[in-house]
Design a protein around this ligand. Structure first.
Ligand code: ASP
Length: 330
């Protein structure tokens, strides 16, 4: 599919997006499905994909050293941003169509404060900039040049766009055909979304990504958008998403999951409802993956994906474990 056709298909997909009513389950009855890996209790850290294991480790260490939930949320994903070998987070990420790595990140705390940066170039730790936006400015979101200038203002150096050898190779390969097709579960869209509860149950969350590989220049997905890639409500719970961002943006899936929990859903039912809505609104759901994680105020969690392959790491009760998520299977 060439670029023009990709744009056309994208518009068509959006136009065709389902118009049906919400799933029959929603709002009619409170469901009570429990994730078999879920036990109440905190502190806990839960995060998306394999890289969740080292991220949880770093976040937990921050808590153990007396850090706040926000410190842990930042430190956890910072670790993954720093990994030059990671091709979906940080400056080692796969670039856009023009061969430029652009990064998105957000963070949210228990007071409902949030900070976010989008379309940032040459900044190794967008999560740190997002945190500074939250804590030191009256704003929630800075984008592009403005975010980069602000990063410099808080002492972060801007690096020249330089692709990692792996990213450069993959981009050059992609240039041969310039085809765009979101591929399920391969390394080209694997954001880290991380949720923390400290020993008192105080929540925070973070999300950071290089976004979809070979995206259009300027494209921003769900990951830095509060309510889409991440949402926290200390009274209810928290959720974070990974996967094809456009579909999460259209449904605000993290916010949906938290609102479902507000209506009495377990975290597992909340995740399943959020995924069901994405499926309902996208008849091409077989072609893309989305995964979601949620926790409630008891420290119980839920996880769900559209397809097999979504996994997550949970650090709780002294163990840091990688679990396979259940999935829709349609
Ligand atoms: N959600 C990210 C985006 O669409 C990608 C991912 O999670 O893999 O930018």
């Amino acid at each position: 599919m060439n670029r023009k056709r990709f744009i056309k298909t994208g518009v068509l997909a959006a136009t065709l997006a389902g118009t049906g009513t919400l799933s029959a389950a929603h709002d009619k009855k409170k469901k009570q499905k429990v994730n078999p890996n879920s036990k109440p209790g905190f502190p806990l850290v839960i995060s998306t994909w394999n890289h969740g294991i080292p991220a949880n480790e770093a976040a937990f260490q921050a808590l153990q050293q007396g850090g706040s939930a926000v410190d842990a949320a930042e430190k956890g994903v910072w670790q993954i941003e720093a990994d030059a070998k990671n091709t979906s987070v940080g400056l080692g990420g796969f670039p856009d169509r023009e061969g430029i790595v652009t990064l998105d990140a957000c963070i949210m705390d228990h007071l409902g404060r949030a900070g976010s940066v989008c379309f940032v170039q040459g900044i190794a730790h967008p999560i740190t900039v997002a945190r500074a936006v939250m804590e030191k400015t009256p704003h929630v979101m800075l984008v592009g040049k403005g975010a980069e200038l602000y990063a410099e203002e808080i002492g972060l150096k801007q690096e020249k766009n330089k692709l990692s050898p792996e990213a450069e190779k993959a981009w050059k390969e992609w240039l041969k055909e310039k085809q765009y097709k979101p591929i399920i579960n391969i390394e080209n869209h694997d954001t880290i979304g991380l949720l923390v509860m400290d020993k008192n149950g105080i929540m925070a969350g973070s999300c950071t990504t290089s976004g979809l590989a070979f995206k259009m220049h300027g494209r921003v997905g769900d990951s830095p958008i509060i309510g889409a890639g991440l949402f926290i409500d200390q009274e209810i719970g928290a959720a974070t998403c990974t996967g094809l961002g456009e579909t999460v943006l259209r449904t605000l899936a993290s916010h949906v999951a938290v609102e479902c929990m507000r209506n009495g859903y377990t975290p597992q039912d909340a995740c399943e409802e959020a995924i069901r809505r994405i499926i309902k609104k996208h008849e091409n759901y077989k072609d893309f993956q989305v995964g979601i994680l949620a926790v409630n105020t008891k420290g119980e969690h839920g996880a769900y994906g559209i397809h097999k392959g979504f996994n997550y790491a949970l650090h709780q009760h002294g163990k840091n474990t990688l679990f396979d998520s259940s999935y829709y299977n349609g």
